[in-house]
Design a binder for this molecule. Structure first.
Ligand SMILES: Cc1cc2nc3c(=O)[nH]c(=O)nc-3n(C[C@H](O)[C@H](O)[C@H](O)COP(=O)(O)OP(=O)(O)OC[C@H]3O[C@@H](n4cnc5c(N)ncnc54)[C@H](O)[C@@H]3O)c2cc1C
Length: 466
């Protein structure tokens, strides 16, 4: 009897099929090509086996098969990883995307979320109860990867990173054991998964503290690129001192040629601040008066908006399958010299979808210590992501070059590490510098829970640091 590309006999796949309730897909199976796709269209990999797990038992069987047979394994949550960590060539892909259960507990204000959910699922389920879990800026991103990596978003200043709202996580470990990690149970593991990514096991579900966020005052306000210096300086000063109810990320964008924008602005490069104000709605117009007055905006669509709508505002502009190339850094401040570099590269945005965003990290996120979770850059005030994006692979070279050049120009002004959820694969040094002093403890915990590095398709922490 032959072996499959994965290096195991067909018998073992037959046994797996009998053990799990989810679909097991091989390359010849219908649905395989759809299931192997991830969000970044640059990634085109062919796993030997895809297990579309429907429950924890399916995850345990899949992890055991990979470990017992030395198979390279990937875990796919929402599939949004830039480097495509959810899928590998000839590996076993544990696909959680059908594990979509969510339970809101209105009395405790908690939200229990299965590992295959995306943030739009959580927004939808929580909104019915007036609750939100602080996460990111796009609702199609997976709960799994975003949470395990840290989680920056509209509510970071008010409620901290996503991991600061995590109460516990259920996990299948490399040895196939099922555990819960929280402040009281397996607390070393709980420390590590709050920023340590997918290094420690498969997170089958997350328990979050929900937050009472329902209708907010938010949305984008656009200014001319000619005013970008003034806007960036104003925004930096405002966001470093504003009440934590006010958040807004700064970006450079190209206005899409769609009917919601006046024709005269189509394809113009502009700067934008996308706001989210969670304070008293009756006071919102007053809060935004100086923002609208310091420099006249070109377009202004900020106003009262349900949080799930704000969180999905850009989903349609960034559907799955576009080509994506990311680079990132963290900053304590955005100096005048750094601003000059931003202006230079903003004027050269290479494609309609390419963009640069700066997200604030100050406020509630900085009230948690650098050593309290694995996420190590709470002292930095800003997280910058530069993303070259386009539907057409023919433009890849151009957008990758722009992203690299832009990053090279800004890197000398950075705080050192980067938010690992915003980079491609940049090597071991970059991972170590992102974790700084926390790397040693992470490597020790990795050696305890995954000594063979079964979970290696990620921003990898080496067991014991070796
Ligand atoms: C359009 C877009 C917008 C984004 N916006 C934000 C944002 O606003 N804020 C922010 O913080 N980040 C943001 N990100 C970055 C995002 O956090 C990362 O890409 C993250 O890895 C995505 O998680 P995922 O589950 O969708 O990805 P996947 O590709 O499925 O997984 C990414 C990594 O996490 C691991 N993983 C995923 N789920 C699990 C699990 N349940 N158990 C164990 N390991 C798991 C995978 O093995 C892999 O290593 C954005 C990304 C994109 C593409």
């Amino acid at each position: 009897m032959g072996t499959l590309a994965i290096g195991i006999s067909p018998d073992k796949v037959t046994t797996l099929r009998s053990q799990v309730r989810g679909e097991v897909l091989e390359p010849s199976d219908q649905g395989y090509d759809q299931a192997r796709k991830v969000y970044n269209g640059m990634i085109d990999r062919h796993p030997a086996l895809i297990v579309r797990c429907v429950d924890v038992a399916d995850v345990i069987s899949s992890v055991n098969l990979a470990r017992e047979n030395g198979i390279s394994m990937t875990v796919r949550g929402g599939g949004h990883s830039g480097p495509g960590f959810g899928v590998s060539d000839n590996g076993l892909m544990i696909d959680l995307s059908v594990m979509k259960g969510i339970r809101v507990d209105p009395a405790k204000q908690t939200v229990h979320v299965e590992g295959g959910c995306v943030w739009g699922d959580v927004d939808h389920a929580g909104h019915a109860f007036g609750l939100t879990v602080p996460a990111g800026f796009i609702s199609s991103t997976g709960v799994g990867g975003l949470t395990l990596g840290g989680g920056l978003g509209y509510l970071t200043r008010k409620y901290g990173l996503t991991i600061d709202n995590l109460l516990s996580v259920d996990m299948v470990l490399a040895n196939g054991q099922f555990v819960t990690a929280s402040a009281n149970e397996n607390s070393d593991l709980f420390w590590a998964v709050r920023g340590g990514g997918g290094n420690f096991g498969v997170a089958t579900s997350f328990l979050f503290q929900g937050r009472p966020v329902d209708i907010v005052y938010g949305g984008p306000i656009f200014w001319s690129l000619n005013d970008a210096e003034k806007v960036l300086k104003y925004w930096q000063d405002l966001i470093l001192h504003a009440p934590e109810d006010l958040n807004g990320w700064f970006g450079f964008v190209t206005i899409p040629p769609v009917p919601m924008f006046p024709k005269e602005h189509h394809l113009k490069k502009m700067c934008v601040i996308t706001w989210c104000y969670t304070g008293d709605l009756n006071k919102a117009e007053e809060v935004f008066k100086p923002i609208r007055a310091f420099c006249p905006p070109v377009m202004d669509v900020a106003g009262p908006i349900p949080f799930p709508v704000l969180n999905s505002l850009f989903d349609a502009l960034y559907p799955p399958g576009l080509q994506w190339y990311w680079k990132a850094d963290l900053f304590n401040e955005i100096s005048d010299r750094a601003i000059a570099m931003h202006l230079k590269y903003a004027a050269q945005l290479p494609t309609l979808h390419s963009t640069m965003h700066i997200y604030p990290i100050n406020g509630a996120a900085q009230r948690v210590g650098d050593k309290d979770t694995a996420w190590n850059y709470r002292k930095a005030n800003f997280s910058m992501g530069i993303v070259g994006v386009d539907p057409d692979p023919a433009n890849n070279e151009r957008l990758i070059q722009w992203t690299k050049d832009y990053w090279m120009a800004l890197h000398p002004f950075s705080a050192g590490g980067a938010y690992l959820n915003f980079i491609m694969e940049e090597g071991d040094e970059r991972i170590r510098s992102a974790y700084g002093d926390n790397y040693t403890r992470l490597a020790k915990i990795k050696a305890t829970y995954d000594p063979q590095n079964l979970f290696h398709n990620n921003q990898n922490i080496k067991p014991g640091g070796k």
